[in-house]
Design a protein around this ligand. Structure first.
Ligand SMILES: [Mg+2]
Length: 251
């Protein structure tokens, strides 16, 4: 059945997340004579336990905000209590994580400098997958209406959407941090379809995460398409390797 509406995930479906994060660690590492993956591993080892013990850990798990986003994202003042708590705590999180990582690597540098350099570099990298723009254009040209359903902090997801230049393709954008509920909760998909005035049976969801995108879409009665980015695709209605395969699936 033709799908009038196609919903997309953002991170690692339409834009690079892992590669951009690694590239930013590499850029900061190079400035200090270090190897990017060594630096990333050291920061990760320090950041993960801090993130897990942070003031909004459960919220970040449910809404989908990761430690590496915590290392770079804009977390502005917010009326949402958990986002406000993140806003207040993030500077300390970054300072402690970078200080511990530099200690571990026996690097003598100001952690604040590296923290700032990493965040600035990462906030400049919003790189779409090579076939993302052409695929979105083809879908729209064929009369499909597009929506974005993304987990994360509103400030950061909106920055990625604008920075990548992808926003104009979408009639509806739903960010978990705004919706108050994240994928795989079927309510976030229902909210997107409500904004697009579309029934679940006439929609497809495209994403890279089997648990959040695929299981969530199916629970909402929506056809689920997994884009394989390294995670096996159990439970999806269709599995693709390239975004360019999507128009043929929903035609
Ligand atoms: Mg994703």
């Amino acid at each position: 059945m033709r799908k009038a509406v196609v919903l997309f995930d953002l991170d690692e479906t339409l834009i690079h997340e892992r590669a951009s994060t690694a590239a930013s660690f590499a850029a900061v590492a190079a400035a200090h004579g270090l190897d990017g993956s060594t630096l990333q591993a050291a920061v990760r080892a320090a950041a993960v336990p801090l993130w897990g013990a942070g003031p909004a850990a459960a919220y970040c798990g449910a809404i989908g905000i990761s430690w590496w986003e915590g290392m770079s994202g804009p977390f502005g003042p917010s009326p949402v209590a958990e986002l406000a708590a993140l806003h207040a705590w993030i500077p300390r999180f970054r300072a402690e994580a970078w200080a511990a990582a530099l200690d571990r690597l026996r690097v003598r540098a100001d952690p604040a400098d590296l923290a700032a350099a990493f965040a600035a570099d990462r906030l400049r990298r919003h790189v779409p997958y090579p076939d993302a723009v052409a695929t979105l254009e083809r879908l729209r040209a064929a009369g499909h209406r597009l929506g974005l359903v993304t987990n994360g902090a509103p400030d950061y997801q909106n920055l990625k959407l604008d920075g990548s230049g992808l926003r104009p393709h979408f009639e509806a954008v739903v960010v978990s941090g705004e919706a108050g509920v994240g994928k795989p909760d079927p309510r976030i998909f229902a909210l997107a379809l409500e904004r697009l005035r579309c029934e679940p049976g006439a929609a497809a969801m495209v994403g890279d995460n089997p648990a959040r995108d695929v299981a969530g879409a199916r629970a909402a009665g929506i056809m689920a398409v997994l884009v394989e980015r390294g995670e096996p695709g159990g439970g999806a209605d269709a599995v693709v390797r390239e975004l360019a395969e999507i128009p043929g699936l929903v035609a």
